[in-house]
Ligand binder design. Sequence first.
Ligand SMILES: Nc1ncnc2c1ncn2[C@@H]1O[C@H](COP(=O)(O)OP(=O)(O)O)[C@@H](O)[C@H]1O
Ligand SMILES: [Mg+2]
Length: 360
Amino acid sequence: MNTAPPIIEISAGKKVFGNFTALSDINLSIAEGEILTLLGPSGCGKTTLMRLIAGFEALSSGTLRIAGADVASMPPEARPVNMVFQRYALFPHLDVFENVAFGLRVRGLPKDEIKDRVQQILRIVQMESFASRYIDQISGGQSQRVALARALVNRPKVLLLDEPLAALDLKIRQHMLGEMKRIHAETGATFVYVTHDQDEAMILSDRVVLMEKGRVVQVDRPRDMYAKPKSLFAAKFLGETNLFDARITQANGASATAVTASGIQFHADGFPDASAHENVVISIRPEALSFRVEDSLQRAEGTVEDIAFIGSRSFYTLRLDDQSRVRVQVQNDARTSLPSLNARTCVCWDTANVVMLPAG
Ligand SMILES: Nc1ncnc2c1ncn2[C@@H]1O[C@H](COP(=O)(O)OP(=O)(O)O)[C@@H](O)[C@H]1O
Ligand SMILES: [Mg+2]
């Protein structure tokens, strides 16, 4: 994946609307064939970035290359790119087949070729047997497949998907995510996918582009971004975490020690510029905390305040002695003995799971 040439390259990209800067300092390289998601809160600029790639907007400054060519003066229809919108506008007066065939007919392709291509794509999205249904005779999930087919039938090098599942129920959404991966593998196109849902981003992506206020704040594989967020924003946005305000008391190369006001000590590795910060925030994921006491681990003491059982896992809320609370995730595998409600207990963690972040 990493050896593929970039299909999209944005350098020093900036977009302003009037006196509002919607995007700034965008440097992004998208590899051919990858699934990349743009993730971030509403208003951070995800749709604007997609519209720039599609050609519905132009950069205010900076450059955008697609398949090696500067596309500044290339209209949307000339770009090897197709966009699927959040509200996929299908034609209600046409059946499924004709909805998908529409673009090919406009381009004047021969009838036989249109038939072959539409049938092939309907097979990929598993809508072959619905070809003669009208749009109001199919479900939301099926409409989404038709919208995908309508974009894919043009064989774009890049498919832009702007929150394509947002209108669907949770169950169908989860199913469509799996379908999206399969369709991606079958077509070999590059998918740029917009979501504000972190689970969707993690399930689907080769890489996640995390955005905040018009800027790209981190680009990483999902598991790397989860394990090694580079900012407090990233730690909070992707997954649940426990945060502690602390002060650096010792920094030695890449390893550092920080202490909270109440005296809980955290050792962390891999934070090379620790000495540059006096105040930090410590992040530890709930699953990185455990009730197994081992000498090699760091620890804190507290009281079990709540236990939320959710089948294979439970979430414990522990009130530490300094009155702060932590969430501990445990596997209910019957092998570990777990504390009961109101019990006093010790919670432990490994240095490797401590993330030290510059205070916000
Ligand atoms: N055509 C426009 N004119 C003025 N402001 C716009 C325009 N399009 C988007 N914006 C603003 O740019 C910001 C980013 O919008 P958008 O890209 O739609 O965010 P997202 O898709 O991440 O929710 C928002 O503050 C939005 O109001
Ligand atoms: Mg949007």
